[in-house]
Design a protein around this ligand. Structure first.
Ligand SMILES: O=C(O)CCC(=O)C(=O)O
Length: 209
């Protein structure tokens, strides 16, 4: 008789790597907080679990479909106003809840919501902005987890129209945007026509009612 030897299901662990410190400490970048296998499993789970939707925004009074899929999750009752739309948070999925808990424990934070973005390929993108909505408080700290295709994260100082830096966000990485970042810098995820693979990005935030 052959007894199969089932693979133990992987347990996520945040690797204890020190961050790279960038922009005078406003960005802490952990290039491989998840190892490649864990990043792959997380990506697949999130792809299945999250109710991805084509989001819409109002720009100068006209509604546009945004160039990526999105889903917004968090503690019950949390809502967020973003480009003229108030989004009420969906319930946590099991994977998002445990990720949020692990990040809170590791970094001593009280994150309570996450905006999930699915970039289907290099044509999906996000324009210049800072995450400075009033619900985030005066000096938000935002944690951004990337899974899947590597994409460029572009940076420019607030008030400037010229890009002044690019950070390549690897699969399994965490970008910790520290307090002060949203005041002094804007960011974007530019189009990259050559990229065929999808990417999931999760930005964990603390929202105040
Ligand atoms: O996809 C990214 O890395 C950026 C996401 C972002 O800027 C946001 O959710 O506000």
């Amino acid at each position: 008789m052959i007894i199969s030897n089932p693979q133990p299901s992987p347990v996520w662990r945040l690797r204890p790597e020190p961050p790279e410190i960038l922009l005078d400490g406003l960005l802490h970048y952990y290039p491989s907080l998840f190892d490649p296998l864990q990043a792959d499993i997380l990506y697949q789970q999130l792809l299945q679990e999250i109710p991805w939707q084509a989001g819409r925004v109002f720009i100068y009074g006209r509604e546009h479909v945004i160039p990526r899929l999105q889903s917004w999750h968090g503690e019950p009752g949390i809502s967020y106003t973003y480009s003229g739309k108030t989004l009420v948070a969906n319930a946590w999925t099991p994977t998002l809840a445990s990720l949020c808990q692990m990040l809170n424990q590791r970094l001593g934070l009280h994150l309570n919501a996450v905006l999930c973005n699915l970039y289907r390929n290099g044509h999906d993108c996000m324009g210049w902005h800072a995450d400075d909505e009033k619900e985030l408080g005066d000096n938000p700290q935002i944690l951004s987890v990337s899974l899947g295709a590597e994409r460029d994260f572009a940076l420019r100082p607030t008030g400037s129209r010229r890009q002044s830096g690019i950070l390549r966000l690897a699969s399994g990485s965490l970008l910790d945007m520290r307090p002060g970042m949203q005041k002094h810098w804007q960011h974007s995820l530019p189009k990259r026509a050559g990229i065929q693979q999808p990417r999931i990005n999760l930005t964990f935030r603390t929202l105040y009612p």
